[in-house]
Design a protein around this ligand. Structure first.
Ligand SMILES: [Zn+2]
Ligand SMILES: [Zn+2]
Length: 425
Protein backbone atom coordinates (compact mmCIF):
# COMPACT_ATOMS: atom_id res chain seq x y z
CA UNK A 1 0.00 0.00 0.00
CA UNK A 2 2.79 2.38 0.85
CA UNK A 3 4.43 1.96 -2.57
CA UNK A 4 1.06 2.60 -4.17
CA UNK A 5 0.63 5.79 -2.09
CA UNK A 6 4.11 7.00 -3.08
CA UNK A 7 3.42 6.29 -6.76
CA UNK A 8 0.25 8.40 -6.49
CA UNK A 9 2.27 11.40 -5.33
CA UNK A 10 3.67 11.45 -8.88
CA UNK A 11 0.71 10.05 -10.79
CA UNK A 12 -1.83 12.63 -9.55
CA UNK A 13 0.06 15.75 -10.71
CA UNK A 14 0.87 13.95 -13.99
CA UNK A 15 -2.78 13.18 -14.82
CA UNK A 16 -4.01 16.56 -13.54
CA UNK A 17 -1.37 18.22 -15.75
CA UNK A 18 -2.66 16.36 -18.81
CA UNK A 19 -6.28 17.35 -18.01
CA UNK A 20 -5.13 20.97 -17.74
CA UNK A 21 -3.33 20.66 -21.06
CA UNK A 22 -6.55 19.43 -22.67
CA UNK A 23 -8.47 22.37 -21.17
CA UNK A 24 -5.88 24.80 -22.55
CA UNK A 25 -5.86 23.09 -25.94
CA UNK A 26 -9.66 23.30 -26.13
CA UNK A 27 -9.45 26.98 -25.22
CA UNK A 28 -6.92 27.81 -27.93
CA UNK A 29 -8.61 25.88 -30.73
CA UNK A 30 -11.98 27.29 -29.53
CA UNK A 31 -13.47 23.83 -29.05
CA UNK A 32 -13.77 23.46 -25.27
CA UNK A 33 -14.88 20.01 -24.16
CA UNK A 34 -14.74 20.82 -20.45
CA UNK A 35 -17.34 22.33 -18.19
CA UNK A 36 -15.88 23.65 -14.92
CA UNK A 37 -18.29 21.95 -12.52
CA UNK A 38 -18.26 18.66 -14.42
CA UNK A 39 -14.46 18.58 -14.46
CA UNK A 40 -14.29 19.41 -10.73
CA UNK A 41 -16.76 16.57 -10.14
CA UNK A 42 -14.69 14.14 -12.25
CA UNK A 43 -11.41 15.00 -10.53
CA UNK A 44 -13.10 14.79 -7.13
CA UNK A 45 -14.31 11.33 -8.06
CA UNK A 46 -10.70 10.41 -8.85
CA UNK A 47 -9.70 11.59 -5.36
CA UNK A 48 -12.37 9.48 -3.65
CA UNK A 49 -11.22 6.43 -5.61
CA UNK A 50 -7.55 6.70 -4.77
CA UNK A 51 -8.21 7.40 -1.10
CA UNK A 52 -10.44 4.34 -0.92
CA UNK A 53 -7.91 2.16 -2.77
CA UNK A 54 -4.87 3.41 -0.87
CA UNK A 55 -6.57 2.68 2.45
CA UNK A 56 -7.26 -0.84 1.21
CA UNK A 57 -11.01 -0.54 1.92
CA UNK A 58 -11.92 -3.65 -0.03
CA UNK A 59 -12.75 -7.21 0.89
CA UNK A 60 -10.50 -9.32 -1.32
CA UNK A 61 -12.29 -12.60 -2.05
CA UNK A 62 -9.25 -14.21 -3.54
CA UNK A 63 -5.85 -12.81 -4.45
CA UNK A 64 -3.66 -13.72 -7.40
CA UNK A 65 -0.83 -15.24 -5.30
CA UNK A 66 -3.37 -17.59 -3.66
CA UNK A 67 -4.71 -18.70 -7.06
CA UNK A 68 -1.17 -19.20 -8.28
CA UNK A 69 -0.31 -21.35 -5.26
CA UNK A 70 -3.35 -23.59 -5.75
CA UNK A 71 -3.71 -23.91 -9.54
CA UNK A 72 -0.35 -23.35 -11.25
CA UNK A 73 0.81 -26.27 -13.40
CA UNK A 74 4.04 -24.75 -14.70
CA UNK A 75 6.60 -22.48 -13.11
CA UNK A 76 7.20 -19.74 -15.65
CA UNK A 77 10.09 -17.29 -15.44
CA UNK A 78 9.52 -13.61 -16.15
CA UNK A 79 10.77 -13.71 -19.75
CA UNK A 80 9.46 -11.46 -22.57
CA UNK A 81 6.93 -13.95 -23.93
CA UNK A 82 5.57 -14.34 -20.37
CA UNK A 83 5.16 -10.56 -20.05
CA UNK A 84 3.20 -10.52 -23.31
CA UNK A 85 1.12 -13.51 -22.21
CA UNK A 86 0.36 -11.80 -18.87
CA UNK A 87 -0.66 -8.61 -20.65
CA UNK A 88 -3.06 -10.55 -22.88
CA UNK A 89 -4.47 -12.36 -19.84
CA UNK A 90 -5.09 -9.07 -17.98
CA UNK A 91 -6.67 -7.43 -21.02
CA UNK A 92 -8.88 -10.45 -21.71
CA UNK A 93 -10.00 -10.53 -18.05
CA UNK A 94 -10.54 -6.76 -18.21
CA UNK A 95 -12.83 -7.15 -21.22
CA UNK A 96 -15.05 -9.71 -19.48
CA UNK A 97 -15.08 -7.82 -16.22
CA UNK A 98 -16.16 -4.68 -18.10
CA UNK A 99 -18.84 -6.66 -19.90
CA UNK A 100 -20.09 -8.02 -16.57
CA UNK A 101 -20.19 -4.46 -15.19
CA UNK A 102 -22.36 -3.29 -18.06
CA UNK A 103 -24.79 -6.19 -18.11
CA UNK A 104 -25.62 -7.15 -14.53
CA UNK A 105 -27.59 -4.86 -12.19
CA UNK A 106 -25.41 -5.17 -9.10
CA UNK A 107 -22.16 -4.92 -11.06
CA UNK A 108 -23.37 -1.85 -12.97
CA UNK A 109 -23.50 0.04 -9.68
CA UNK A 110 -19.72 -0.07 -9.34
CA UNK A 111 -19.17 1.13 -12.91
CA UNK A 112 -21.89 3.76 -13.39
CA UNK A 113 -19.66 6.49 -11.90
CA UNK A 114 -17.29 6.10 -14.86
CA UNK A 115 -20.13 6.79 -17.29
CA UNK A 116 -21.92 9.43 -15.24
CA UNK A 117 -20.37 12.48 -16.89
CA UNK A 118 -22.39 14.03 -19.69
CA UNK A 119 -19.16 15.39 -21.15
CA UNK A 120 -16.35 13.33 -22.61
CA UNK A 121 -12.80 14.40 -21.82
CA UNK A 122 -9.62 13.29 -20.03
CA UNK A 123 -11.15 14.14 -16.65
CA UNK A 124 -13.89 11.52 -17.23
CA UNK A 125 -11.18 8.86 -17.18
CA UNK A 126 -10.62 9.70 -13.52
CA UNK A 127 -14.22 9.01 -12.57
CA UNK A 128 -13.48 5.73 -10.85
CA UNK A 129 -15.46 3.67 -8.40
CA UNK A 130 -15.57 3.60 -4.62
CA UNK A 131 -18.45 1.13 -4.50
CA UNK A 132 -16.34 -1.84 -5.64
CA UNK A 133 -16.14 -3.25 -2.15
CA UNK A 134 -15.49 -6.89 -3.06
CA UNK A 135 -12.24 -7.78 -4.85
CA UNK A 136 -12.86 -10.68 -7.20
CA UNK A 137 -10.83 -9.64 -10.28
CA UNK A 138 -8.09 -12.21 -9.60
CA UNK A 139 -10.64 -14.97 -10.34
CA UNK A 140 -10.74 -13.79 -13.95
CA UNK A 141 -6.97 -14.25 -14.09
CA UNK A 142 -7.33 -17.98 -13.50
CA UNK A 143 -5.89 -18.88 -16.95
CA UNK A 144 -2.72 -16.93 -16.14
CA UNK A 145 -2.52 -18.61 -12.72
CA UNK A 146 -2.89 -22.09 -14.26
CA UNK A 147 -0.05 -21.33 -16.67
CA UNK A 148 2.03 -20.09 -13.74
CA UNK A 149 2.54 -16.43 -14.70
CA UNK A 150 4.59 -15.00 -11.77
CA UNK A 151 2.85 -12.64 -9.37
CA UNK A 152 5.48 -9.88 -9.86
CA UNK A 153 4.61 -9.70 -13.56
CA UNK A 154 0.90 -9.28 -12.82
CA UNK A 155 1.60 -6.80 -10.00
CA UNK A 156 3.68 -4.55 -12.29
CA UNK A 157 1.43 -4.85 -15.35
CA UNK A 158 -1.93 -4.30 -13.62
CA UNK A 159 -1.43 -0.60 -12.74
CA UNK A 160 0.26 0.08 -16.12
CA UNK A 161 -2.74 -1.54 -17.83
CA UNK A 162 -5.07 0.72 -15.84
CA UNK A 163 -3.11 3.94 -16.46
CA UNK A 164 -2.93 3.15 -20.19
CA UNK A 165 -6.73 3.55 -20.37
CA UNK A 166 -6.47 7.26 -19.58
CA UNK A 167 -5.36 8.84 -22.88
CA UNK A 168 -8.27 7.73 -25.07
CA UNK A 169 -10.87 9.75 -23.13
CA UNK A 170 -10.70 12.69 -25.52
CA UNK A 171 -12.69 14.25 -28.35
CA UNK A 172 -9.64 15.98 -29.82
CA UNK A 173 -8.25 12.89 -31.59
CA UNK A 174 -10.01 11.51 -34.68
CA UNK A 175 -9.76 8.03 -36.15
CA UNK A 176 -6.30 6.50 -36.10
CA UNK A 177 -6.00 4.44 -39.29
CA UNK A 178 -4.75 0.86 -38.93
CA UNK A 179 -4.47 1.24 -35.15
CA UNK A 180 -8.29 1.10 -35.07
CA UNK A 181 -7.96 -2.63 -35.78
CA UNK A 182 -5.64 -3.34 -32.85
CA UNK A 183 -6.12 -1.04 -29.88
CA UNK A 184 -8.97 0.87 -28.25
CA UNK A 185 -8.78 4.41 -29.64
CA UNK A 186 -10.47 7.69 -28.63
CA UNK A 187 -12.99 7.19 -31.45
CA UNK A 188 -13.93 3.71 -30.20
CA UNK A 189 -14.14 4.83 -26.59
CA UNK A 190 -16.38 7.77 -27.51
CA UNK A 191 -18.77 5.11 -28.78
CA UNK A 192 -18.41 3.26 -25.48
CA UNK A 193 -19.39 6.31 -23.42
CA UNK A 194 -22.29 7.18 -25.74
CA UNK A 195 -25.95 6.43 -24.99
CA UNK A 196 -27.15 6.50 -28.60
CA UNK A 197 -29.06 3.26 -29.30
CA UNK A 198 -26.46 2.34 -31.94
CA UNK A 199 -23.62 2.68 -29.46
CA UNK A 200 -24.81 1.60 -26.04
CA UNK A 201 -22.80 -1.19 -24.31
CA UNK A 202 -20.39 -1.44 -27.25
CA UNK A 203 -16.56 -1.41 -27.32
CA UNK A 204 -15.90 -2.95 -23.93
CA UNK A 205 -12.21 -3.59 -24.60
CA UNK A 206 -9.63 -1.86 -22.41
CA UNK A 207 -6.40 -1.80 -24.41
CA UNK A 208 -6.97 -4.22 -27.31
CA UNK A 209 -10.13 -3.97 -29.41
CA UNK A 210 -9.70 -7.48 -30.80
CA UNK A 211 -11.88 -8.95 -28.03
CA UNK A 212 -14.83 -6.76 -29.11
CA UNK A 213 -14.32 -7.84 -32.69
CA UNK A 214 -14.13 -11.50 -31.62
CA UNK A 215 -17.15 -11.47 -29.32
CA UNK A 216 -19.49 -9.24 -31.32
CA UNK A 217 -19.45 -6.05 -29.22
CA UNK A 218 -17.51 -3.85 -31.64
CA UNK A 219 -19.08 -0.69 -33.04
CA UNK A 220 -17.33 1.89 -35.16
CA UNK A 221 -18.00 5.62 -34.60
CA UNK A 222 -20.33 6.62 -37.42
CA UNK A 223 -20.18 10.07 -39.05
CA UNK A 224 -23.98 10.14 -39.14
CA UNK A 225 -24.42 9.34 -35.42
CA UNK A 226 -22.77 11.95 -33.18
CA UNK A 227 -22.17 10.43 -29.71
CA UNK A 228 -24.25 11.74 -26.80
CA UNK A 229 -22.58 11.05 -23.48
CA UNK A 230 -23.81 10.01 -20.05
CA UNK A 231 -26.15 7.39 -18.64
CA UNK A 232 -29.79 6.69 -19.44
CA UNK A 233 -30.79 7.47 -15.86
CA UNK A 234 -28.87 10.72 -15.35
CA UNK A 235 -27.00 11.22 -12.07
CA UNK A 236 -28.26 14.81 -11.67
CA UNK A 237 -25.59 15.62 -9.13
CA UNK A 238 -21.95 16.67 -9.02
CA UNK A 239 -21.45 14.58 -5.86
CA UNK A 240 -19.31 11.54 -6.84
CA UNK A 241 -20.01 9.75 -3.56
CA UNK A 242 -23.76 9.85 -4.18
CA UNK A 243 -23.35 8.71 -7.81
CA UNK A 244 -21.53 5.61 -6.54
CA UNK A 245 -24.61 4.44 -4.68
CA UNK A 246 -27.57 5.77 -6.69
CA UNK A 247 -28.12 2.60 -8.68
CA UNK A 248 -27.80 0.21 -5.74
CA UNK A 249 -30.17 2.46 -3.76
CA UNK A 250 -32.76 2.12 -6.53
CA UNK A 251 -32.23 -1.67 -6.46
CA UNK A 252 -32.68 -1.73 -2.67
CA UNK A 253 -35.92 0.23 -2.92
CA UNK A 254 -37.25 -2.04 -5.68
CA UNK A 255 -36.29 -5.20 -3.79
CA UNK A 256 -38.02 -3.84 -0.69
CA UNK A 257 -41.16 -2.71 -2.50
CA UNK A 258 -41.83 -5.69 -4.76
CA UNK A 259 -44.24 -8.24 -3.35
CA UNK A 260 -42.58 -11.12 -5.19
CA UNK A 261 -39.94 -12.96 -3.15
CA UNK A 262 -38.43 -14.36 -6.32
CA UNK A 263 -37.95 -10.83 -7.65
CA UNK A 264 -36.46 -9.67 -4.35
CA UNK A 265 -33.76 -12.29 -4.81
CA UNK A 266 -33.13 -12.11 -8.53
CA UNK A 267 -33.19 -8.33 -9.11
CA UNK A 268 -29.48 -8.06 -8.20
CA UNK A 269 -28.38 -10.47 -10.91
CA UNK A 270 -30.78 -9.49 -13.67
CA UNK A 271 -29.68 -7.44 -16.70
CA UNK A 272 -28.86 -3.80 -15.96
CA UNK A 273 -32.02 -1.72 -15.63
CA UNK A 274 -34.34 -4.71 -15.03
CA UNK A 275 -37.08 -4.00 -12.45
CA UNK A 276 -39.90 -6.14 -10.99
CA UNK A 277 -43.18 -5.68 -12.90
CA UNK A 278 -45.22 -4.50 -9.91
CA UNK A 279 -42.80 -1.71 -8.93
CA UNK A 280 -42.41 -0.54 -12.53
CA UNK A 281 -46.13 0.23 -12.55
CA UNK A 282 -46.32 1.71 -9.05
CA UNK A 283 -43.04 3.63 -8.99
CA UNK A 284 -42.00 4.55 -12.53
CA UNK A 285 -38.44 5.86 -12.98
CA UNK A 286 -37.94 8.26 -15.85
CA UNK A 287 -34.79 8.05 -17.89
CA UNK A 288 -33.73 9.59 -21.18
CA UNK A 289 -36.05 8.72 -24.08
CA UNK A 290 -34.49 10.80 -26.81
CA UNK A 291 -30.71 11.11 -26.59
CA UNK A 292 -30.74 14.11 -28.95
CA UNK A 293 -33.15 16.14 -26.84
CA UNK A 294 -32.34 15.61 -23.19
CA UNK A 295 -31.11 18.33 -20.89
CA UNK A 296 -27.66 18.17 -19.39
CA UNK A 297 -27.35 18.60 -15.65
CA UNK A 298 -26.08 22.11 -15.15
CA UNK A 299 -27.44 24.02 -12.17
CA UNK A 300 -26.84 27.77 -12.51
CA UNK A 301 -23.60 28.74 -10.84
CA UNK A 302 -21.96 32.14 -10.48
CA UNK A 303 -18.36 32.68 -11.55
CA UNK A 304 -17.43 33.00 -7.87
CA UNK A 305 -18.92 29.59 -7.03
CA UNK A 306 -16.98 28.01 -9.89
CA UNK A 307 -13.71 29.55 -8.68
CA UNK A 308 -14.56 28.42 -5.15
CA UNK A 309 -15.24 24.85 -6.34
CA UNK A 310 -11.83 24.78 -8.07
CA UNK A 311 -10.21 26.13 -4.90
CA UNK A 312 -11.86 23.39 -2.79
CA UNK A 313 -10.74 20.72 -5.25
CA UNK A 314 -7.15 22.03 -5.26
CA UNK A 315 -6.92 22.25 -1.48
CA UNK A 316 -8.34 18.77 -0.98
CA UNK A 317 -5.91 17.45 -3.60
CA UNK A 318 -3.10 19.17 -1.74
CA UNK A 319 -4.26 17.65 1.58
CA UNK A 320 -4.37 14.22 -0.01
CA UNK A 321 -0.90 14.56 -1.54
CA UNK A 322 0.37 15.43 1.92
CA UNK A 323 -1.40 12.33 3.25
CA UNK A 324 0.29 10.08 0.67
CA UNK A 325 3.63 11.79 1.14
CA UNK A 326 3.54 11.07 4.88
CA UNK A 327 1.66 7.77 4.55
CA UNK A 328 3.74 5.70 6.98
CA UNK A 329 4.25 8.51 9.54
CA UNK A 330 0.51 9.19 9.88
CA UNK A 331 -0.32 5.60 10.84
CA UNK A 332 -3.48 3.62 10.06
CA UNK A 333 -5.84 5.30 12.55
CA UNK A 334 -4.65 8.72 11.41
CA UNK A 335 -5.00 7.75 7.74
CA UNK A 336 -8.60 6.65 8.24
CA UNK A 337 -9.36 9.90 10.03
CA UNK A 338 -7.55 11.94 7.37
CA UNK A 339 -9.30 10.05 4.57
CA UNK A 340 -12.66 10.68 6.25
CA UNK A 341 -11.92 14.42 6.34
CA UNK A 342 -11.22 14.51 2.60
CA UNK A 343 -14.31 12.36 1.90
CA UNK A 344 -16.61 14.60 3.91
CA UNK A 345 -14.89 17.58 2.27
CA UNK A 346 -15.68 16.29 -1.22
CA UNK A 347 -19.23 15.47 -0.13
CA UNK A 348 -19.60 18.98 1.26
CA UNK A 349 -18.28 21.13 -1.56
CA UNK A 350 -19.93 19.07 -4.32
CA UNK A 351 -23.24 19.40 -2.44
CA UNK A 352 -22.64 23.15 -2.40
CA UNK A 353 -22.02 22.95 -6.18
CA UNK A 354 -25.38 21.13 -6.43
CA UNK A 355 -26.89 24.11 -4.57
CA UNK A 356 -28.55 21.94 -1.98
CA UNK A 357 -29.62 23.87 1.12
CA UNK A 358 -28.14 21.33 3.54
CA UNK A 359 -24.62 21.88 2.14
CA UNK A 360 -24.11 24.67 4.67
CA UNK A 361 -24.62 22.17 7.51
CA UNK A 362 -21.90 19.85 6.17
CA UNK A 363 -19.49 22.71 5.47
CA UNK A 364 -19.86 24.34 8.89
CA UNK A 365 -19.69 20.94 10.62
CA UNK A 366 -16.48 19.80 8.92
CA UNK A 367 -14.94 23.25 9.33
CA UNK A 368 -15.53 23.25 13.08
CA UNK A 369 -14.37 19.64 13.38
CA UNK A 370 -11.15 20.44 11.50
CA UNK A 371 -10.38 23.47 13.64
CA UNK A 372 -11.20 21.52 16.82
CA UNK A 373 -8.77 18.77 15.77
CA UNK A 374 -6.00 21.29 15.13
CA UNK A 375 -6.65 23.05 18.45
CA UNK A 376 -6.82 19.72 20.29
CA UNK A 377 -3.64 18.19 18.85
CA UNK A 378 -1.76 21.42 18.14
CA UNK A 379 -1.03 20.11 14.66
CA UNK A 380 -2.61 18.69 11.50
CA UNK A 381 -1.35 15.10 11.22
CA UNK A 382 2.27 16.21 11.70
CA UNK A 383 2.23 18.94 9.05
CA UNK A 384 4.07 21.37 11.34
CA UNK A 385 7.09 19.10 11.10
CA UNK A 386 7.19 19.84 7.36
CA UNK A 387 6.23 23.52 7.48
CA UNK A 388 6.02 25.49 10.72
CA UNK A 389 2.96 27.36 9.40
CA UNK A 390 1.29 24.13 8.17
CA UNK A 391 -1.51 23.82 10.73
CA UNK A 392 -2.22 27.59 10.57
CA UNK A 393 -2.68 27.22 6.82
CA UNK A 394 -5.07 24.26 7.25
CA UNK A 395 -6.97 26.22 9.96
CA UNK A 396 -7.38 29.11 7.51
CA UNK A 397 -8.73 26.62 4.97
CA UNK A 398 -11.35 25.40 7.45
CA UNK A 399 -12.36 28.98 8.29
CA UNK A 400 -12.76 29.68 4.55
CA UNK A 401 -14.83 26.47 4.30
CA UNK A 402 -17.23 27.65 7.03
CA UNK A 403 -17.55 31.15 5.57
CA UNK A 404 -17.78 29.83 1.99
CA UNK A 405 -20.49 27.37 2.97
CA UNK A 406 -22.58 30.12 4.58
CA UNK A 407 -21.90 32.71 1.86
CA UNK A 408 -22.69 30.56 -1.15
CA UNK A 409 -25.76 29.00 0.45
CA UNK A 410 -27.15 32.47 1.10
CA UNK A 411 -25.93 34.12 -2.08
CA UNK A 412 -26.62 31.69 -4.91
CA UNK A 413 -30.23 31.53 -6.04
CA UNK A 414 -32.03 28.50 -4.74
CA UNK A 415 -32.78 27.18 -8.17
CA UNK A 416 -33.86 23.59 -8.30
CA UNK A 417 -31.07 21.19 -9.28
CA UNK A 418 -32.89 20.29 -12.46
CA UNK A 419 -32.15 23.75 -13.84
CA UNK A 420 -30.36 22.51 -16.86
CA UNK A 421 -29.42 23.71 -20.29
CA UNK A 422 -30.75 22.42 -23.53
CA UNK A 423 -28.44 20.11 -25.34
CA UNK A 424 -27.54 21.44 -28.72
CA UNK A 425 -28.82 18.86 -31.19
ZN1 LIG B 1 -18.00 1.02 -19.39
ZN1 LIG C 1 -14.04 5.24 -20.22
Amino acid sequence: METYAKALVYAIPFFTGLVLLEVLYGHFVKDQKHNVMDTVSSLSSGLTNIIKDSLGLVLVLVSYPVLLGVFSIFELKATWPVWILAFLAIDFAGYWNHRLNHHVNIFWNQHVIHHSSEEFNLACALRQSISNVVGYFALLLLPAAILGVPNEVIAILAPIHLFAQFWYHTQHIGKMGWLEYIIVTPSQHRVHHAINPEYIDKNLGQILCVWDRMFGTFQEELPTVPPRYGVLKPANTWNPILINFQHVWRLCKDAWRTTSWYDKLRIWFMPTGWRPQDVVKKYPVHGIDNVYHFKKYRPEASFALKVYAVFQLLFNTFLMLYMFYNYSEIGLAGLLQFGAFVFVGIYGYTTLMDKKGYAVGIEVFRGILGIALILGTGDWFGINGLWSFGSIMVSCYFIITILGGIYFTMKEDKESPDTTINRIP
